[in-house]
Design a protein around this ligand. Sequence first.
Ligand code: GTP
Length: 601
Amino acid sequence: TDPARIRNFCIIAHIDHGKSTLADRMLQITGTVSDRDMRAQYLDNMDIERERGITIKSQAVRMHWALPDPDTGEVGDYALNMIDTPGHVDFSYEVSRSLAACEGAILLVDAAQGIEAQTLANLYLAMENDLEIIPVLNKIDLPAADPERVAREIADLIGGDPEDILKVSGKTGAGVEELLDRVVERIPAPVGDKDAPARAMIFDSVYDPYRGVVTYVRMVDGRLTPREKILMMSTRAEHEALEIGVSSPGPTPTKGLAVGEVGYLITGVKDVRQSKVGDTVTTKLKPADDALPGYTDPKPMVFSGLYPIDGSDYPVLREALDKLKLSDAALQYEPETSVALGFGFRCGFLGLLHLEIISERLRREFDLDLIATAPSVVYQVTREDGVEVTVTNPSEYPDGKIAAVREPMVRTAILAPKEYVGTIMELCQSRRGSLLGMEYLGERVELRYAMPLGEIVFDFFDHLKSRTQGYASLDYEPMGDQEAELVKVDILLQGDKVDAFSAIVHKDNAYHYGTMMTERLRKLIPRQQFEVPIQAAIGARVIARENIRAIRKDVLAKCYGGDISRKRKLLEKQKEGKKRMKMVGRVEVPQEAFIAALSGD
Ligand code: GTP
């Protein structure tokens, strides 16, 4: 295709503002998907995406749209490549790569809700990528829609005339044809050097059990053709392009991809790590000198231990993680053992949603019952002798004298109706946030805080939602490390450390954490033949203590005299019970107690 007849765009929106529904309508109106084949959320493949209504993986689809030239009146056929982007903060790296594959973006805003935190975050990303922005009001069919007010909000934000903002309904299809016209008119055609060595940016990489890894690329310069030897510039890995094509919406092989085109390539590799998002593809025969800018390795921000509740499921868990890893380059894991929980894996995630999605897929697709330890972030600990240790698990926290601890910070943006300012500020301050700035957008306010990521990963979002009746939205991005007064709190049963309960917390919260855990455990652990102290300690200093009093448990006491078989039965039963017990030193703890203490209810 002549680059002048190509438009590459994406839709950016806050979660639930109707991106997938609008994409569905566009596929239908352009005839890309027939009415008979249409089903809701056409582009979301994964069951879990469909059920939760969130888009995890971005994809690209080619549509055709005819529009007369304003000067000559001649009708031109345009190829519109729509690149679907994930909306959630955990996947912001993938969002930014998808944006880099486009020249323009539809900024979709729910006309009843107005601008939200991810609307802004994605808008800023799009502006950084120099995209042409087409603001659009969605859901105008809703009785609660207030298009005039929201149009003013948008115009205040990006300039322009509120009258000019298109009003559509992804549900009814109203206004969608005008929107497609505008995409052609406003979004610039791609430019590139067709004679230069090939350079294509990978903006998505998806594992397909039948075809192996399907790599989605945007051609910037040159051309890629099937059967060619290709080279991944960051890893220097070589592959053969077995198939090249475009999705419209099903995979359709083509003779190649040229400047400005968006499509897929299949090389037969089985692991997405060999075809990484952000990397540049070139050809082996005539390789490009420089890779396209912007490649970074996905870096896990949140760590948690995953343990099978039934220890015999460990091999199943390992296999399941191996499988998920094929389609998720950001997932990391390594084996770990815990006194309390047995054999499991330490897993690294991009954020909390990523963690939730992976645990849910393990449960659902592999039928695994799992217990997850409290999420932890990555700490840089400097010992007094100058040695630096990276700690992703509280149990790895070095013993002895510590010179300094650094924790990851994030720049947080919270958007909410202005009457909630007070309660939000209170919450952020209690989480060690420091205010960076505040801005009013009509009836809403945007609050920007620098906050420790460790304070957000626990239950910050839940608290924020409940304090604002669900009206606040949150977005965050990493802003480096900062030194903080952090300590490790250990929980000891009869003097033995229970690794799964160790936590790294701010020194002002140490006492609270210690008393909460010791109390919880006292209620959960049954009495033993001897007294069991439960202590919380920082190093050798005990900061909280509870006692479980001793009992004499004589199971045979109730059997009068002779009934041997009855006695035996009782003893058998007691043995059964013992199996699900874990020994911590001399203390028997039912596994349920660990699980209950960790899940916090
Ligand atoms: P994420 O993929 O999670 O970011 O969501 P999304 O932005 O793709 O939103 P989605 O299309 O799933 O729509 C969210 C909800 O809004 C769904 O319940 C839709 O049925 C509804 N919805 C979407 N567009 C419209 C519209 O134009 N009018 C009305 N009334 N409802 C809509």
